[in-house]
Design a protein around this ligand. Structure first.
Ligand SMILES: NC(=O)c1ccc[n+]([C@@H]2O[C@H](COP(=O)([O-])OP(=O)(O)OC[C@H]3O[C@@H](n4cnc5c(N)ncnc54)[C@H](OP(=O)(O)O)[C@@H]3O)[C@@H](O)[C@H]2O)c1
Length: 302
């Protein structure tokens, strides 16, 4: 498993079924998460049981850094489609603007603890992703983890404009500039890690993440509404006018996280939550020297 993997394959099939039965339709996957085959099994199962129709699902995957060279893009997409048992994807995202060396079977090839990177231009990668739309393999394309300059540059160069922009977004990383930019370009802004659950190994860094669900301000607002801290954090994203993708493999949490449409945070509560921002990131992108990558997006906090 890579440090950025998500739900382990063994339990993901059951989680898919619980999610679909409880109304989830958007399934956010990635080659990096090393569980697309298991998710494919889960999707096959819910479709076979008739629990949902394929056209009502929104299945997403992401192009990993190792396949940024344009001639690798289609094969990478087809591999995710095969693993997910799909003959098309609803959305395919470039997982980050940073290319890394392609080594068969290795997600994070490294030497002496440093990631082996390439300087492939993400605009060239994007052009290969546009071809996936032309060929009908994917219905839409987008990017994740770009900064505002990279997003502007990509948008200007794109023949097919990105439909969706995915970035970390929670009370400690409120992303005002990126949300405004994405909206001004007609892209959906989608916030990942809405609960800011801690994954980063860089806990001594001043921007190290705290667990949002343990924040006293979040807990206090949760108590007032008779909701859980997780529900407050999910509601915070939704009420900011963005899409959001909480992750859970625990049935009780999967169900709890749907119950966020029967209450509203007040303007004052939204402001209090926004004021918790200090630039923390839950996801450790600055891994194995990646912070020095030519296209590392997070040097400027935008
Ligand atoms: N594009 C990117 O680079 C990128 C990066 C990171 C994530 N993502 C996407 O965003 C999704 C969510 O991000 P994330 O997994 O980093 O963080 P998250 O959704 O903020 O947090 C997930 C964690 O919170 C726990 N949790 C979920 N609901 C809970 C509840 N109601 N009460 C208590 N704990 C709860 C989960 O445990 P249980 O499973 O036990 O419930 C899990 O440990 C990912 O699955 C992935 O699809 C994208």
């Amino acid at each position: 498993m890579s440090p950025l993997s998500q739900s382990p394959p063994g339990i993901v099939q059951d989680a898919i079924e619980v999610a679909v039965v409880n109304g989830y339709r958007h399934i956010d996957c990635a080659h990096l998460y090393e569980n697309e085959e298991a998710i494919g099994e889960g999707l096959h199962r819910v479709l076979k049981k008739g629990l949902v129709k394929r056209e009502d699902l929104f299945i997403v995957s992401k192009l990993w850094n190792g396949s940024h060279e344009p001639h690798r893009v289609e094969a990478a997409c087809r591999k995710s489609m095969k693993d997910l048992q799909q003959d098309y994807l609803d959305l395919y995202l470039m997982h980050s603007p940073m290319g890394s060396k392609f080594v068969e079977g290795e997600l994070m090839p490294q030497k002496d603890g440093q990631m082996l990177v390439t300087d492939v231009d993400y605009v060239d990668t994007w052009k290969a992703m546009e071809n996936l739309v032309d060929k009908g393999l994917v219905k839409s394309i987008g990017v994740a983890n770009f900064n505002s300059c990279q997003l502007e540059r990509l948008y200007a160069a794109a023949r097919i404009k990105p439909d969706l922009f995915q970035a970390e977004r929670h009370v400690y990383q409120i992303q005002c500039k990126l949300i405004a930019l994405a909206k001004s370009k007609g892209m959906v802004f989608e916030g990942y890690s809405p609960l800011c659950s801690i994954q980063s190994p860089f806990l001594d860094h001043k921007l190290a993440p705290k667990n949002g669900m343990e924040d006293p301000v979040v807990k206090d607002i949760a108590k007032k509404h008779g909701k859980s801290p997780a529900q407050i954090m999910i509601r915070f994203n939704i009420q900011s006018g963005i899409s959001t993708i909480p992750k859970s493999q625990t049935p009780a949490h999967i169900i709890e996280n749907t119950k966020v449409f029967d209450f509203c945070l007040t303007d004052e509560e939204m402001k209090k939550l926004e004021s918790l921002h200090y630039g923390a990131r839950a996801v450790p992108w600055d891994l194995m020297g990646l912070g020095k990558h030519k296209h590392y997006p997070f040097n400027k906090n935008e």
